[in-house]
Design a protein around this ligand. Structure first.
Ligand SMILES: Nc1ncnc2c1ncn2[C@@H]1O[C@H](COP(=O)(O)OP(=O)(O)O)[C@@H](O)[C@H]1O
Ligand SMILES: [Mg+2]
Length: 368
């Protein structure tokens, strides 16, 4: 089928006519055939980046290349891209197959060939037996798959997906993650997928770009982004993290020592902090351990929430830091509410430069 092309943002900067710069100088390469996600909070510039790839907005500086070809001056119809967003706009009176084939009619493809192409694509999105139905006779997830088939019908090399699942309910969203991933693998088309939902980005993507305030802060695989964030924003936006603010007092090998109001701790030093730097140590709730680890603190349990397989515990240290601990629900975790010794391994913690934190996720866990 269609083969993906790579997409390069070569110093792209986008300033809207009102003078607001929504995307600061960005260098990025999305590989051909990759499922690439841009993850960030609402308003950080994700849609603006996508519009510059699709041709609905021209960069104020820099250029977009697709398959090595400069896209400057090319409108949306001249680019090898297709765009999907949350409002599907299927034609209610047309059967599903005609919806899929709609773009082909405009290109002068005959009815028989259109039907064949539509059937092939409906097979691909697992709707082979729904071709004659009207969109209203399908479920939300099925309609979303029709929209994807329609976008693929014109043979794009790059499919741009702007939060396409956000209108669906949670169960369906989770189901569609696997569907989208499978469709992407089967077609080999490059997917650039935009979302503010970390779960979507982590589960579907080959690589993820974490974006904040018009800048891409980090690009990497899901494991890398989660276990080795490089900015305070990435550490607090993706997953939950306990945070300890302080100052670096020593650097030894790949580790930084940090002095905080709640104790002296050691964590990895991925971005090369130096003695005296203001910093934040981040440690995931599931990396906190009872009675172990090279970093120790006393804490008293304030709340215990049983999630089923896991227990979330809210603790407070004598110095006032709130800490969240997530442990498997086994008999070993039936600790008393009295003060207990907690700790973490230095290799599970990261020490990062002081910087803006995400307003979601980690904030409620803020240890200060
Ligand atoms: N046409 C426009 N003119 C001026 N500012 C805009 C325009 N479109 C978007 N913005 C602003 O640019 C920023 C990024 O918007 P957008 O790319 O839509 O973010 P996201 O998709 O990440 O939610 C926001 O602050 C938004 O208000
Ligand atoms: Mg958007």
């Amino acid at each position: 089928m269609e083969r993906g092309k790579d997409v390069v943002l070569d110093g792209v900067e986008i300033t809207y006519p009102n003078g607001f710069t929504a995307v600061h100088e960005t260098h990025l390469k999305v590989e051909a055939g990759e499922f690439f996600s841009i993850l960030g909070p609402s308003g950080c510039g994700k849609t603006t980046i996508l519009r510059s790839v699709s041709g609905f907005v021209e960069p104020s500086r820099g250029r977009v290349l697709i398959g090595g070809e400069d896209q400057r001056g090319k409108g949306p119809n001249a680019r090898p891209t297709a765009l999907i967003f949350q409002n599907l706009a299927l034609f209610p009176l047309m059967p599903v197959w005609e919806n899929v084939a709609f773009g082909l009619e405009a290109r002068g493809v005959g009815k028989r060939a259109r039907r064949e192409k539509a059937d092939e694509l409906l097979q691909l999105v697992a709707l082979g037996d729904q071709a004659e139905k009207k969109p209203s006779e399908l479920s939300g997830g099925q309609r979303q798959r029709v929209a994807i088939a329609r976008a693929l019908a014109v043979g794009p090399s790059v499919l741009l997906l702007d939060e396409p699942l956000s209108a669906l309910d949670l169960k369906l969203r989770q189901h569609m993650r696997a569907e989208l991933r499978a469709i992407q693998k089967k077609t080999g088309v490059t997917f650039i997928y935009i979302t503010h939902d970390q779960g979507e980005a982590l589960t579907m993507s080959d690589r993820i770009a974490v974006m904040n305030a018009g800048r891409i802060e980090q690009v990497g695989g899901a494991d890398e982004i989660y276990s080795s964030p490089h900015t305070a924003f990435a550490a607090s936006f993706v997953g939950e993290a306990n945070q300890f603010r302080g100052r670096v007092t020593a650097v030894t090998g790949d580790y930084a020592h940090i002095k905080t109001a709640h104790g002296q701790f050691i964590g990895r030093n991925p971005v090369g902090l130096r003695d005296g730097d203001e910093a934040i140590l981040f440690i995931r709730p599931e990396a906190m351990v009872l009675d172990a680890g090279d970093n120790q603190m006393m804490a008293r349990m304030e709340r215990r929430d049983l999630e089923g397989a896991f227990v979330n515990m809210m603790l407070r240290t004598p110095t006032g830091a709130q800490i969240t601990v997530c442990v498997p629900n086994t008999s070993a975790t039936q600790i008393s509410a009295d003060a207990a010794q907690f700790g973490f391994r230095s290799e599970d913690a990261v020490v990062l430069p002081e910087g803006p934190l995400a307003r979601t996720g980690g904030e409620e866990l803020a240890a200060q």
